[in-house]
Design a protein around this ligand. Structure first.
Ligand code: 9D3
Length: 281
């Protein structure tokens, strides 16, 4: 996979993409990351990349000429071929107006050979870039960033993990079994939020007791089946608390439903205890 990042801050990426799995994937030749400094595609003495918006308003907007000039230097496949899937490459504009980046989208993009990531800055990017240059507009979440650079780094990280050979053997084997479970519709206890699963179950390591906090007994002395059921229960509990939206679109077994009913009962009981304690004082 070749990632090409178009940015006014190429130095921003010295760091986030030089560690861990992404670094190893680069060293192994599984991915390649090219940085393109947008200012190199300006033609004026001041290397101007931005301008005031037509119609007035706050702030500055990235002007179209350097972005189109940069894209033209990249020898991209024609836009129609990119959009039809005939060419295994895509041009992404990172912007707050984009479609939400998801694990499913990452899987789709991981099948390509080349991804050009255009990082927006200032108050936005001339809309002709979204309309005529980029194939898709992507946001990484509902919060306001200072530019597309963090979004591009997030996308590179997420997509790199999906490239064959990027993860260690153990991890990739687990990933495979997860994908198989998803396809078969029999989600295991260790599925994560990826692809609309549950949140991960809690993990513990040594020591078995730390500052008076013991590791749950079942993990130390339980059998595999008890551990599997405990993990599934904890994953359901955490998902119900932190991401109830994920539960809605999750196939639930009879045992899952029993767990969830117990979790709801526990919660109601705790709330009742809280109210009674408040009433007494
Ligand atoms: C008040 C209007 N703002 C839009 C919400 C203007 C604006 C703020 C910040 C326009 C651009 C930006 C810079 N952000 C990005 O370029 C960006 C982004 C983001 O802000 N959130 C989530 N994903 C992304 S990807 C690129």
């Amino acid at each position: 996979m070749k990632f090409e990042i178009v940015t006014i801050f190429p130095d921003f990426f010295r760091g986030p993409l030089d560690y861990g799995i992404v670094r190893r994937a680069r060293e192994a030749g599984i991915i390649e990351i090219l940085l393109h400094d947008l200012r190199a595609f300006t033609t004026d003495r001041h290397k101007t990349v931005d301008d005031r918006p037509f119609g007035g308003g706050e702030g500055m907007v990235l002007k179209p000429e350097p972005l189109f000039a940069c894209a033209e230097s990249l020898a991209l496949a024609p836009r129609e071929q990119r959009l039809s899937g005939e060419a295994k490459e895509t041009v992404v504009l990172l912007s707050p107006q984009g479609a939400l980046f998801t694990q499913g989208m990452a899987e789709e993009l991981a099948a390509l050979e080349r991804i050009v990531l255009i990082c927006g800055r200032y108050e936005g990017v001339d809309e002709r870039v979204a309309e005529a240059l980029a194939d898709r507009e992507i946001s990484i979440g509902d919060y306001v960033l200072s530019g597309g650079e963090l979004g591009a780094a997030v996308m590179v990280d997420t997509i790199t993990r999906l490239m064959p050979g990027a993860l260690g053997n153990e991890a990739s084997a687990r990933q495979e079994s997860f994908s198989a479970q998803v396809k078969a519709g029999i989600d295991g206890p260790d599925s994560t939020c990826a692809s609309g699963g549950l949140l991960d179950y809690p993990h513990y390591t040594r020591p078995a007791e730390f500052r008076g906090m013991p590791v749950p007994e079942v993990l130390v002395n339980g059998n595999h089946d008890e551990i599997r059921r405990w993990r599934r229960r904890k994953a359901l509990e955490k998902t119900a608390r932190n991401r109830p939206d994920l539960l809605e679109r999750q196939p639930l077994s009879a045992e899952d439903k029993k767990f969830l009913a117990e979790i709801v009962e526990d919660k109601i009981a705790k709330e009742k205890m809280g109210r009674e304690a408040t009433r007494k004082t």
